[in-house]
Design a binder for this molecule. Structure first.
Ligand code: HEC
Length: 91
């Protein structure tokens, strides 16, 4: 919960890139290189790599398990940008 509360306050700037958004609010649980930590790996070969964009979007919007929801933190465009960043890293 401490992580969830800590991430609530700092919204990325509206024009932040997918990489900047990931670094600011996702990397503390998934690592900057997407290799995982508190949360699972999201990089090439991970479960996330085999899931479609709708699964990623649903997870980011609603949260999943111990992962907090980001629907009040990120705009739809920002969510699409961060998914784009994750897909780039999975190549
Ligand atoms: C507080 C730690 C935390 C933060 C911050 C966090 N996540 Fe997660 N994330 C998790 C955990 C834990 C799971 C596994 C949830 C489960 O399945 O129980 C997860 C799961 C996921 C999954 C699904 C992976 C899979 O294989 O099922 C995706 C995609 C994801 N996170 C993306 C993100 C993105 C993008 C961000 C930033 C917007 C983010 N996460 C921020 C902890 C976090």
């Amino acid at each position: 919960m401490a992580f969830a509360l800590a991430t609530c306050g700092d919204r990325p700037p509206a024009d932040a890139s997918g990489a900047e958004i990931f670094e600011q609010i996702c990397a503390n649980c998934h690592a900057s290189d997407l290799s995982g930590g508190i949360g699972p790996a999201l990089n090439a070969g991970s479960n996330a790599a085999s899931q479609d964009d709708a699964f990623l979007e649903f997870t980011i919007t609603r949260g999943r398990g111990r992962m907090p929801s980001f629907q009040n933190t990120l705009s739809q465009e920002q969510i699409e940008r961060v998914i784009g960043f994750i897909r780039d890293q999975q190549r």
